[in-house]
Design a protein around this ligand. Structure first.
Ligand code: TMP
Ligand code: ASP
Length: 237
């Protein structure tokens, strides 16, 4: 696998072309941002930890019938993935109230939700990733009705699978964000799944094991990621 030109640099990852036109390399950085990059920093070895955690989660989801862009882990910071055209929607599921749900609706953090909440946000930093509904997505030609149906169905399945996966590690999946891409006419799970993109609370103690430690200056940021890595891989960082 030959690494070629840089294609795109985001806040936490860089994409590189390869000698295979159907595949790209996803490189995980240590950079961390929050609140649409108003807060910036780095977390030592975050890229290594997120690559390893994402690898395990994509492997598990793939084995359980979710089509994903994951091909294989290449190195400590690199993952080979199928090249996709990203659907410009961030898809969020919430199992318990936290973050912007609390801010937007005046709900107490940690409140149990009577049913999971599915949210769509327009993936556009310039507009602060605003919430949108399915009619916006259709009206603005962001995705077709059949793509939206696939995304909904896959996201609810991913939620059920991930809740089970993390509960077995004594971690409650509070909420998460996923992104999808088009590859050869199919909508597949893309991007990453890591403590950057999920809220993970330790069962029993409620200890935060995710990027909220960075967002809200809770301390021991690296240790939170390390703890998830240790549980997911069965190895220390
Ligand atoms: P929120 O409560 O800030 O809207 O976040 C909901 C979930 O989505 C949480 O697990 C963090 C994740 N998330 C991202 O992965 N990227 C983002 O840009 C934002 C705002 C949230
Ligand atoms: N990743 C997002 C950003 O910078 C926000 C977040 O995860 O809280 O801006």
């Amino acid at each position: 696998m030959e690494k070629r030109a840089k294609l795109y640099e985001g806040k936490a990852k860089i994409l590189y072309a390869t000698d295979n036109p159907d595949c790209v390399i996803q490189y995980f950085k240590d950079d961390a941002t929050a609140f649409n990059a108003k807060k910036k920093g780095t977390v030592d070895e975050k890229g290594i930890m997120n690559n390893a955690i994402s690898t395990k989660v994509f492997e598990y989801l793939g084995q359980n019938g979710i089509p994903t862009h994951f091909v294989r882990q290449l190195s400590d910071r690199e993952m080979l993935v199928k090249k996709v055209e990203i659907v410009k929607v961030e898809v969020i599921i919430r199992n318990r109230a936290a973050g912007s749900l609390c801010r937007n609706y005046g709900v107490t953090e940690g409140r149990t939700l009577s049913a999971p909440v599915l949210e769509f946000c327009y993936k556009e930093d310039a507009f602060n990733d605003p919430l949108m509904n399915e009619t916006h997505i259709l009206a603005l030609d962001i995705a077709t009705a059949s793509e939206i149906a696939t995304i909904r169905e896959l996201t609810f399945k991913i939620n059920e699978l991930m809740k089970k996966f993390f509960l077995a590690l004594n971690i409650e999946l509070i909420d998460f964000k996923v992104e999808f891409g088009r590859h050869k006419g199919e909508v597949i799970l893309a991007d990453e799944i890591s403590p950057d993109t999920c809220r993970f609370w330790e069962v029993g103690t409620g200890v935060r094991l995710d990027k909220d430690r960075f967002r809200h200056d809770l301390g021991n940021i690296k240790e939170g990621y390390q703890e998830v890595l240790k549980r997911v891989t069965g190895k220390a960082a």
